[in-house]
Design a protein around this ligand. Sequence first.
Ligand SMILES: [Zn+2]
Ligand SMILES: [Zn+2]
Length: 145
Amino acid sequence: MDILKELRESGLKVTIPRLRILQLFQEGKGKHLSADDVYRFLLTEKIDVGLATIYRVLMQFAEAGILFRRHFESGHAVFELNEGTHHDHLVCTICGQVDEFVDEGIERRQDEIAAERGFVLHEHALSLYGTCAVCTRQKQLLSKL
Ligand SMILES: [Zn+2]
Ligand SMILES: [Zn+2]
């Protein structure tokens, strides 16, 4: 994806912070980033942008359809690139790790359930909350001490 083109087409002015923030997502420095995460990345690069500004920029990207805003139960809103494909999430409530999955069976059932009720489905967001493999192992180790 061409960042400059993407920015211009969204009608947003091309500024250094906007460019850099969009780049962060494209570089794949973690796929699901909160405003805090972005703030920390920029700090390490000595780019001085306040948290409020970062949040505003992220929301502008979300409104422009460049990013998705996710509301996970376990904390702050996180953002990820809109890559034009759908996926669902597994969220670790201990470390915040976010994994993605797509399951044909689940997708199909949701369509069927909506259709049975004459409900026109626009979109869905499915998030499973629990403990990731790393945190589960850590818990088991600690319990043996
Ligand atoms: Zn975890
Ligand atoms: Zn995702």
